[in-house]
Structure formats: C-alpha cells, structure tokens
Write a protein that binds this ligand. Structure first.
Ligand SMILES: [Zn+2]
Length: 327
C-alpha cells in the first residue's frame, strides 16, 4: 500500500519520498506525463502521507482515519480540483485560494490536487499565480498536466516538475494479471495501451474479441472485391470508440506478422493465441510487403486526429492493404 501501490515510476517516487523524509517537499508540484501512468495516484498518496496519523516514515499507512477520509474524498483539508465541463475555471481557483488561506482543520497540511491543470483558463491561471507566489505555510499544490508547456510559463516555473514516464508493457501485463486478467488477454491489452495502465484498464471493458475479428477480416479481404471492404469500414466506424483501437490492434497484427516471418518464438507475439494463423499469413507475404503494410497502418493511425474524414482514410487504408497483400 502507500507508495508501493504505484508501479514503474521509481525515479519520481524516490525523489518525492526523499523530499518528504527530509521535510523539503516543495509547496507546489507539477506532475507531467501521459494519462494513466500514476500521476493522480501519486498525488493522492502524497496528500495522505503528509496527513497520515499512522506514523509511517515517508509513506502513508492507508488505514488511519486521515488516510481513509482522503481515499473517500471527504477529508476537509484535501481538495480535488477538476475541470467543470471542459475547463478549470477562475471561480474554482478563487475558491481554492480562499480555502488555502485558512489553517488546516484537522490535518497537518492542506493539499490541493489540480487534475487536468492544462484545462485552466488563462484567467484561472492568473488567479492561481498569487497563491503560487505567496503560498500560505501549510499549503501543498499538486498540478497534473501532460506537459509543462501546456501551462503558462509563470505557473510552470513556480512548480517543481516531476516527469512520469509511460510504463513498460510487461509491467502493465503483470499488474493486469494481478487484477485477474488471464495471461494472453493481459499481454494484448498491455501492448495496445501505449504505456498507460489506465488505458489498459479501460480497454478491458472494450469489445476486444470483436476487434480482433475485424482485424482478421482485414487480412482476409479478397483481391478485386470491394463490397466486403465497405462493409468492414462500416462496422469499424459505427462506434467512434472502436476506430483508434482497431488501428492499434491492426498495427499490432502487422508487427506480429513481421515477427512471425523471422522467428517462431510465440512469446514475442502480441496475439500469441493466433500464432498459427499469423505464421500461415506471414508465409504468403514478402518482407517488403509486410513492411509496407505496417507503414500504411501506422500512417493512418498517426494521422487519425488530423483527418476530417476518418471513414475515407480508413477506406483508403483498407484498399491499400488489400492491394499490398495481392501484390
Ligand atoms: Zn494513514
């Protein structure tokens, strides 16, 4: 429990624990990095640690009344400030400033966790500046944002920044298995999650099986026939959520085909349970074809956010893939 709950962020955690143990924790912290890698959990753990009644050095006990209240979000000195709607607004920051000016009610330090701090409006950031410049003694501010550059420079420069890195796939897979996921599924989820445990957990509830079927159909498209291709596009774009996942899954499949081409080590595959199919397919394709297919999918995935018409780019990609397989 406590800091041990946070996986894969040893560097950030050891710096923080050192600062806590030597009582040099800065009054304002900025946690940067992708979503779902432990920034929020770490912020909550710090809020617990500085208010814990359990007497653990440099950590929290997760059992005392203070830790339990923080976990439930009902501790009067620990505040979560999150966007209301799309942005974090000036009224929320004014409220924060007013709360910060008061002494802690029952804890040792007042802690404010600003989640998605990058959504602060400019006015909100300017309002926060004053609290950052003259922080009341017992106040701790923890800002969470993807990048320091997502905040106004005077805000970012007044916080001590700690970078949280994407998690290695095996770390994510192991944690998923600890949470009851079977090994094959954990492996696929971890490889599709882009280093984010949070994303992997979200994906657990997505229709992975259906997506894998779609991926396999993509490689079964007969040359010269367009009707199945259009049907496939239709099925993928019907659910907005499915498209990015489909492209990730397709990319993983292409990568697996390249792996299967050069080695028979199933452990290196994302889709281990489909090793036989991958082996069969990869035998029919030349390395240059496989590489071209991989790049085609990668280009489409990378460009997804920029395309005005995802349906069209998906169709173009599927056409290219079909022709590359037939080449
Ligand atoms: Zn405690």
């Amino acid at each position: 429990m406590g800091f041990a709950e946070i996986i894969g962020q040893q560097q950030a955690i050891s710096l923080l624990r050192q600062a806590i143990e030597t009582e040099r924790l800065p009054h304002a912290l900025l946690f940067t990095g992708p979503k779902g890698v432990g920034r929020f959990l770490t912020a909550v753990t710090i809020a617990k640690t500085v208010n814990c009644l359990g007497g653990v050095k440099g950590d929290c006990c997760d059992r005392c009344p203070a830790c339990l209240k923080i976990a439930k979000g009902i501790h009067p000195d620990v505040h979560l400030v999150a966007p209301e709607g799309a942005t974090l607004k000036i009224d929320q920051i004014r409220n924060l400033a007013q709360q910060a000016s008061l002494r802690p009610y029952e804890g040792r330090r007042k802690a404010f966790i600003l989640d998605q701090a990058e959504t602060m409006t400019e006015q909100a950031q300017n309002a926060l500046l004053k609290t950052l410049e003259e922080p009341p003694g017992a106040t701790l501010l923890i800002l969470i944002a993807p990048e320091a550059s997502a905040l106004l420079p005077p805000i970012a420069s007044r916080c001590s920044q700690l970078r949280f890195t994407p998690l290695p796939e095996d770390v994510i897979a192991t944690r998923l298995q600890d949470q009851g996921c079977d090994e094959g599924e954990a492996h696929v989820l971890a490889s599709l999650a882009g280093g984010s445990l949070g994303r992997a957990q979200e994906l657990r509830t997505s229709p992975l099986q259906e997506i894998r079927d779609l991926v396999e159909q993509t490689f079964a498209l007969a040359p010269g026939r367009t009707l199945p291709l259009l049907e496939l596009t239709e099925r993928v774009v019907r659910q907005k959520e499915t498209l990015p996942l489909f492209l990730e899954a397709l990319l993983a499949w292409c990568r697996d085909l390249m792996v299967a081409k050069v080695t028979s080590q199933e452990a290196l595959l994302v889709y281990r349970s489909r090793a036989a199919a991958l082996e069969r397919q990869s035998r029919q394709l030349a390395p240059a074809q496989l590489l071209a297919m991989y790049h085609t999918v990668k280009q489409t995935r990378d460009g997804l956010g920029r395309y005005a018409n995802p349906r069209l780019s998906l169709e173009v990609m599927l056409l290219k893939l079909r022709d590359l397989q037939a080449a």
